[in-house]
Design a binder for this molecule. Sequence first.
Ligand code: SAM
Ligand code: SF4
Length: 332
Amino acid sequence: MPLPLVDQYRRPVTYLRISVTDRCNLRCQYCMPAEGVTLRPKPEILTYEELLRLGRVFASLGFVKFRITGGEPLVRHELVPFLADFARIEGVNELVMSTNGILLTRCAEGLCQAGVQRLNISLDTLRRATFELLQRRDELGRTLEGIEAARAQPFRRIKLNAVIIRGVNDDETVDLARYAVERGMEIRFIEFMPTGLQREWTHDRVVPVAEMQERLRAVWPDLAPIAGPEGSSGPSRVWGYAGGAGRVGFISAVSETFCQACNRVRLTSDGHLRGCLFSDGQRSLREVMRSGGSDDDLREVIRGVVWNKVESHRIGKDDFAPVELGMSELGG
Ligand code: SAM
Ligand code: SF4
């Protein structure tokens, strides 16, 4: 097995997040403006052949975990057969996906059979009116049905992701945790981050994870951090209920930085490789491929992006500036 690449701060980088489309069937307030984002013309989006080639090249550099994301990955045509091919690439040990869940009723079985091992499904609210406000579409019903469709398949794990925004859904942390624990799923609460293009972020709308933990502990006093390697998963800190009845994760991009554990790079749907969600540095792998570059040329560019990953994001610092791409393009 190839040795993992490391960046200049000695962090091993073995995880690629791939945005397969910039399109989406929702318009979440925290991700994009109400009118959506300007979509890339189709010829600019990486083809499945190009993505499979990149999968093989990244695997040859010691990448083992690949997350398919977007935009909403399930709106891209013929995704399932592509994933079946991707899962067969030697070295692809973990193939996982982030989705808003709406299309899972028709795709969950195919995804599982194609070799997708784990799903992260976004669920920020259990209230229809809040969903309509936050996601700007009346789709809570299909999202919940999608979660049930996924639960009926033998995925290794299904996690829920909830972005918590003060004044919108911060009063739902306990209900969301209960919904997850009753169904044997882990839920991860995510602080609202100042990502590019959405115009809703202000510091006072961020609910620090410490506050979320306090709300949960008022109901489950024995909820506590899990010790050892189980207690952290990339940027997420994991807590458990007494008796092993379930787990809750917390991602605190704003109130504490998680960058020291960063092990990932991101591929945009139009083929740019980025080292950080919060920094605009990028290189185009599409250009290398479409100008006849070799796999070695690709490896050289990838090594450069990994080496140059920034040490830490600048959220909360005076010189912080949001990036110029939205989460849906960056593969959030
Ligand atoms: N459409 C899929 C979904 O919503 O799960 C995958 C793409 S979405 C960009 C990936 C993740 O980014 C979601 O879990 C979403 O909640 C998260 N996200 C988007 N904007 C965010 C923000 N401003 N702060 C925190 N998380 C955000
Ligand atoms: Fe779409 Fe996901 Fe962004 Fe929501 S967070 S608008 S579902 S890409």
